[in-house]
Ligand binder design. Sequence first.
Ligand SMILES: [Zn+2]
Length: 204
Amino acid sequence: MAARTVAGLTLPVPVAGHPALELCNTRANWTSPDYREYLVSLDHAVILAVDRELLDGAAAREVAARAAADSRAAELALGRLLTLRRDLYAVLTAPEPASAVRRLDRAMLAARRRRHFVGLDEAGAPAWSRVVDLDTPLDAFAAAAEDLLTTAAGEHVRACAGTGCGWLFTDPSHRRRWCSMQWCGNREKARRHAARAAHGRTVT
Ligand SMILES: [Zn+2]
């Protein structure tokens, strides 16, 4: 689990292989009481969405301006995004509660309804318009969640085996154990080595 600076904000290093999983990984040490929260403002969510190519610059600037104008409403929008993150994580790491499935389904449907196909652009590419407000980051990550759950990537999600880590990643090869060998892999090796050494001392 490591951090980086994007547009002046601290965000996790992307290791997941899918933007919906990168959202889940904005909480580090998921299963530990001393977890770390990266998604501390709606601005962080906006920057992450731009960095993962879910939002364009114009939409991001509009959301950021609205958040600056109404910090209380921005906080509530962040709360809704954190609920989506919790529900997606619960669904991907069994056993998932039925309420998480229902809420996630509703969020994905709401995001779909706020996005409209408007034909082809000048370059001949499909063009979409979207409602831009404080819930636009939520829409962007809900759409990413839907992409994950409707494509092959969703069949190969695994959680890091590192103690307390809980970060998610796609693993089509079914051989990956760690979010990163450099962090969790080496830490776990060192932990096992220390445990073996301690055991050795007890025996002798
Ligand atoms: Zn890990």
